[in-house]
Design a protein around this ligand. Structure first.
Ligand SMILES: CC1(C)CO[C@@H](CC(=O)O)CN1
Length: 431
């Protein structure tokens, strides 16, 4: 090995049954970024960044053993990249013992926003709680102060709902009922009707979402008197696919009817201003072309719309490598003043670890995923996008910048009944 190489570990979820196999697109994206930063002569002053990758299958146990292999086998690593909330939780909780920063490009769990448990964690993937200020903003815009919550009993949704409840309390929005279910939503949906819920925030994975939508159809909890907030990162036609395979006893037409008009919120992961040049010299559309080419070479039928998992999050992995390169660059400039370099780092050298932490903590650059900056908890600061399903396709309604409290609204919303549905039964006094 050449001694001017800087080594980092990469833990990518490539296969596996449960969870998210986003490493399929995120690892090629990280490798593109590695090539780009190493091609820059003005970065890392002659050092090369090398990425040593392994598959975690999105399993925390395998992720832990991959991490130990990376740490106990030379060369020494300076930092770890990881994906999947469960793997990042395990890796980030342990990495501090080796004074290693962990940069997560694919972890949405709100539980990771905890400096006490994860003092060296940063993530270019926003927390699932990033949706909540946007949901509140929309409720205020449409005058809804009485809402209901329907959630799947999964850790990520439980902690997201806790954060949403705190936001509602602060905003004076009443939560009339909070229903949760493990896998069968029938009783929970029936209880929503009993409580006369009209504006409902739904938090569940896409398979549960199909079951919810069919129950919503059966209980007629849709149409001009109801507003549903769904998560925006399901695939576009999620409510029409896999109905037979998953035993959904509603037809495509019934699912479409129940889905018409619902709102979605999601974190923006591709810089929207597609002709804005980012730090790499590419626009986000240039990046898309290069990623597609890399994925074609890896055997994916991109032109046949057969995208690998993690395609949506690929900019987060690309920008994570840039964040590392820029932070190492900043740290090396600082170390040079005392005649040191990152080659002096060891797993027990807290001083250099603190320098790397400071450098990452003060990150701020325009990446292909938009402005890359972290909160004091290491969370990605991100914009959110609002869409509505109208005539069976998603229409962009606007964007929200939580930091600036700035809602960009395109005035494209349409309501089944021609006007904004009220959040409660409106009693009209017969004069
Ligand atoms: C938006 C989504 C699909 C949320 O889950 C992330 C994976 C995880 O949090 O484990 C990947 N990105």
């Amino acid at each position: 090995r050449r001694d001017n190489d800087l080594h980092i570990g990469g833990i990518f979820p490539m296969e596996g049954e449960g969870g998210w196999q986003g490493g399929q697109a995120c690892m090629p994206a990280a490798e593109l970024a590695l090539a780009d930063v190493n091609a820059r002569s003005d970065l890392l002053s002659g050092f090369k960044l090398l990425l040593h990758s392994n598959d975690s299958k999105c399993e925390p146990g395998l992720g832990a053993s991959v991490m130990y292999n990376l740490l106990y086998n030379p060369p020494q690593k300076l930092l770890l990249l990881a994906g999947c909330s469960t793997v990042c939780t395990t890796v980030a909780e342990a990495a501090k013992m080796w004074n290693l920063m962990v940069l997560c490009y694919g972890a949405s769990s709100p539980a990771l926003s905890d400096r006490a448990r994860f003092p060296t964690l940063f993530r270019t993937h926003p927390s699932a709680t990033v949706h909540n200020p946007t949901r509140i903003k929309l409720m205020q815009k449409f005058g809804w102060s009485r809402i209901a919550i329907l959630q799947q009993a999964e850790e990520v949704f439980i902690s997201t709902v806790e954060d949403l409840e705190a936001h509602c309390k602060k905003a004076g929005i009443e939560i009339v009922t909070r229903q949760s279910f493990l896998s069968d939503p029938a009783d929970a949906v029936r209880n929503l009707r009993r409580q006369d819920a009209r504006v409902i925030v739904g938090l569940f994975y896409v398979v549960a979402a199909r079951r919810v939508l069919c129950e919503v159809y059966k209980h007629r909890l849709y149409g001009k008197s109801y507003v549903w907030f769904f998560i925006g990162w399901y695939e576009d036609n999620w409510f029409e696919t896999n109905l037979d395979r998953e035993g959904i006893d509603c037809t495509v037409e019934q699912m479409r009817e129940a889905a018409e008009g619902h709102l979605t919120t999601e974190a923006l992961m591709w810089n929207q201003n597609s002709n804005q040049t980012t730090i790499s010299g590419m626009t986000s559309e240039d990046f898309r072309s290069r990623l597609n080419e890399a994925l074609r070479e890896a055997g994916y039928d991109i032109d046949g719309e057969r995208y690998p998992e993690g395609y949506q999050e690929a900019p987060l992995a690309y920008d994570a490598v840039w964040a590392v390169a820029l932070a190492f660059n900043k740290t090396m400039e600082k170390l040079q003043k005392s005649g040191l370099s990152l080659k002096n780092f060891t797993y027990t050298n807290k001083r250099i670890a603190d320098d790397i932490y400071e450098a990452i903590n003060s990150t701020s650059f325009l990446g292909v995923s938009g402005l890359v900056a972290f909160s004091s908890q290491g969370d990605r600061i991100a914009l959110t996008q609002i869409e509505q399903l109208t005539d069976n396709h998603y229409v962009k309604l606007g964007y929200y910048d939580t930091q600036a409290d700035n809602l960009t609204w395109l005035d494209r919303e349409r309501w089944v009944g021609g006007k904004v549905p009220p959040d409660r039964t409106v009693v009209v006094n017969e004069l």
